[in-house]
Design a binder for this molecule. Structure first.
Ligand SMILES: Cc1ncc(COP(=O)(O)O)c(C=O)c1O
Length: 474
């Protein structure tokens, strides 16, 4: 599908400068998200604030989906719910026809509550319990097995419930061609192959053969897929092609040893997007980052080539895309408070009400392009740290070139849509921000701002401690 027909029903705005399709600088010189001025949103809804562009999610989803469906006959895009668990986000992706990757019982329940299609949903997780297995079976969700013992649990639950269960297997690729490839250390030190070996997910080859043979003897269980998640250790298309080739080779091995050929290959997430202002870990994802179309070109070619080599039919492909769908659709907005200078050491600090509690916790490895929402085009006149209110250094931007900022100014961090709200924390008893979703000129709260009672309401004091404190006061 071409760009024009894909966007036919999306209200594509025209900004003086675009940061992406739906976020840019409006005619009044402020940052806009769709048809709303970010300065006005901050006044109306308060700060810190996440602002989501509904249409940017739709746009990114359609572009990601079309990149694959234009090149391959059978593709399912399954949104990785963990990237942003908001119910409204899930509803948008339901409308678009996306399936889902749910990690653990609560993500699965959230996805079900928001009406995700269970047949297009997989349950991942490295330590699944009987409760979540029961929910998955009752709703027809495919369970990706990630430990030998899980199989017995699934078998027992499905027999107890008298219901069939769809199962997949999360595999542990060896990624030998990536033995000397070094990039982002998402899973500790080492090459991409070493990192893949060192993390906890996936079943080694011999164990997957064993699992398949055992499942073949279980009347209630139906084998659906093998899955692998390379993650965003790197953004190079050829690394993802290596992963795709190994998945096909793994399928061929299973066919030869068990007679079962996986009908679905689930190729996980990690698909990046770049911007000229830079994003991604350490700002690596710039304008040279592969596009979705380039990923699809490389991976589809690798799958076809490997299928021909191993004499396999083309499998159906599934993608658990998270950051690629929602990352660029959200900005995090904070208001400037106190500023401080130490001219002798050429140091400046700008304090804001946003904190690393509200952004990706591994800030050193992530990069959010920062603009001043009330004057995004103002020239840089200082090099400053932008810091949050935590008792930790809480550095949101280190030695960043920015315009002069005064109390009351608004800063906005772009590409704050993935793993920010869903990982937000309460360190220093800080309240988590509200979220507003913008669609054209409409703006609705999709997450309420946290209240003090939400934070302290779970705390309890044993009566013996209370009694002693009260006695001390008396
Ligand atoms: C199993 C699985 N699938 C998909 C994803 C989504 O990854 P991304 O947001 O990089 O696309 C993750 C992220 O942690 C994951 O663990």
């Amino acid at each position: 599908m071409n760009e024009q027909s894909r966007q036919a029903d999306l209200p594509y705005p025209k900004f003086a400068k675009h940061f992406n399709e739906f976020i840019g600088i409006g005619d009044n010189g402020h940052l806009w998200i769709e048809g709303r001025d970010v300065v006005e949103l901050a006044e109306t809804f308060g700060t810190p604030l996440y602002v989501i562009s509904e249409n940017q999610i739709r746009h990114s989803y359609r572009r990601f989906r079309d990149a694959w469906t234009d090149r391959y006959p059978d593709v399912e895009v399954m949104y990785a719910n963990k990237a942003n668990n908001g119910l409204a986000v899930r509803h948008i992706l339901n409308h678009e026809g996306a399936g889902g990757d749910a990690f653990g019982v609560n993500e699965m329940t959230l996805a079900l509550l928001a009406g995700a299609d269970p047949k297009k949903t997989v349950l991942n997780g490295s330590n699944k319990g009987p409760g979540e297995i029961e929910i998955a079976i009752l709703n027809g969700i495919c369970i990706n097995i990630d430990a030998m013992g899980e199989l017995d649990l699934i078998d027992a639950e499905s027999r107890r419930l008298g219901r069939d269960a769809d199962v997949g297997i999360r595999v542990k690729l060896e990624l030998k061609p990536l033995e000397n490839r070094f990039a982002t250390e998402m899973h500790g030190p080492g090459s991409l192959a070493e990192q893949g070996r060192n993390h906890k997910w996936g079943m080694p080859y011999a164990q997957t053969v064993d699992l398949v043979k055992r499942i073949q003897g279980m009347q209630h269980l139906h084998l659906k897929e093998i899955s692998y998640h390379l993650s965003r250790m790197d953004n190079r298309t050829d690394d993802f092609a290596v992963m795709a080739r190994e998945m096909v080779e793994w399928s061929a091995g299973l066919r030869d040893e068990t007679g079962w050929t996986p009908p679905y290959l689930d190729l996980g997430g990690g698909w990046s997007f770049g911007r000229p202002e830079k994003t991604g870990p350490g700002g690596e994802d710039d304008e040279n980052t592969p596009t979705y179309e380039e990923y699809a070109e490389a991976v589809c070619a690798a799958v076809r080539e490997a299928c021909a080599k191993f004499d396999l039919p083309l499998p159906r492909l599934r993608f658990e895309c998270g950051r690629g769908l929602v990352g660029g659709a959200v900005i995090a907005v904070g208001r400037v408070g106190a500023t401080k200078e130490w001219p002798e050491y050429d140091k400046r600090w700008v304090n804001v009400d946003l904190s690393e509690n509200h952004l990706h916790p591994v800030l050193e490895t992530w990069h959010y392009h920062m603009v001043c929402a009330n004057k995004p085009d103002a020239p840089a006149e200082q090099v400053t740290d932008v810091v949050g209110p935590l008792c930790s250094p809480d550095i949101l931007a280190k030695a960043r070139e920015l315009p002069l900022l005064d109390a009351g100014d608004l800063i906005a961090l772009l590409d704050a849509g993935a793993y920010t709200e869903s990982r937000a924390a309460n360190f220093n008893a800080l309240l988590r921000p509200a979220t507003v979703m913008v669609c054209g000129a409409e703006a609705d709260v999709t997450t309420e701002r946290e209240r003090f009672s939400d934070v302290v309401g779970r705390y309890r004091v044993p009566p013996r401690l209370l009694a002693r404190s009260l006695a001390g006061q008396g």
